[in-house]
Design a protein around this ligand. Sequence first.
Ligand code: NAD
Length: 333
Amino acid sequence: MEIEGKKILVTGGAGFIGSHLVERFIKENVGEIRVYDNFSTGRRSSIDENKVKIIEGDILDFKKLNSTMKDVDIVSHHAAELEVFTGIENSIHDLKTNIEGTLNVLNSALSNGIKKVIYASSGGVYGQAQYLPEDEKHPLMPHWPYGVSKLAGEKYCLQYYLLHNLATVSLRYGIVYGPREWYGRVLTLFIKRALEGKAPIIFGAGNQMRDYVYIDDAVEANILAIKSETVNGSVFNVGGDSSYSIENVAKIVIELINPNIKPIYDNPEPGESSKYQPNRRRLPGELQDFILDSSQIHKKLGYKPKTNFKDGVKKEIEWIRNNSMFWNYKARV
Ligand SMILES: NC(=O)c1ccc[n+]([C@@H]2O[C@H](COP(=O)([O-])OP(=O)(O)OC[C@H]3O[C@@H](n4cnc5c(N)ncnc54)[C@H](O)[C@@H]3O)[C@@H](O)[C@H]2O)c1
């Protein structure tokens, strides 16, 4: 489906990925953009209010969501509870936001005759890798309640396609990074410490592999999925240009910010805090390796990540240097 001239609703549009999607939709000359967000983590400052209609609301408020979707053509569903620790400690909240919230989006989409729904899923649905890289056929054994609820959302998207012919596509992102990434994940922790002249703290040996996808590439995957008429009901991995070990991530950050720093290695038990950084806890059920096989989305939609990890990190560093308050607000550690 062409995007130009269409009305698009982005749930979670004030968040990291959502706000970049909104920027891209503006460039694509869409007819109207509505952002539906409860601002639990998102920010008004990330959206150009002159070009976007902002509706402050919760995806758990079906009535409001349903009426906000009136006359919309395309829905991009990015609102979610992302915090892995929150999911572990308050699994019902995680379930409500990510499953009930997604069902509200799907039911509103049905009742408003929406032509396309993109669902932001996660590579977290796979759990510990049984083989690498992980393709879409890899067993689904999420490690955390977050992965369970994201997987349920995906399965409901498929059901609504099969039962009601609602055109849905789910995108299983790797670790999306870039300007406006929220503070709390490894790359942001490393960058912030390096900018403060402190050593990045690596948990374990640092040989854990991670799939980083630059924000513009993740956005491009969304655009391709919206435009295609032939992949409805599909699920795609969306990975980055290559995979990197945590040690390598630290080295790149150090090289770009302050080559005199040496990383520190720490080995807290799962769920325990770092002795060097007491407000940082190690995830229980930490993944050893997380590498997505993106060949399906390449084959079906022509997706090819363009941004090399080092260049992307450079852009994120440049952005945070100019927006240093961003990581002090609603930080997730
Ligand atoms: N960032 C990543 O690396 C990554 C990886 C895999 C999947 N995802 C998925 O992508 C989506 C967006 O992630 P993000 O990194 O932009 O996160 P984010 O926290 O920056 O954005 C989420 C947005 O949703 C809003 N929101 C949360 N709960 C809501 C609710 N109940 N009602 C309305 N709005 C609500 C928040 O205020 C925020 O603006 C999520 O669905 C997430 O699961 C992200």
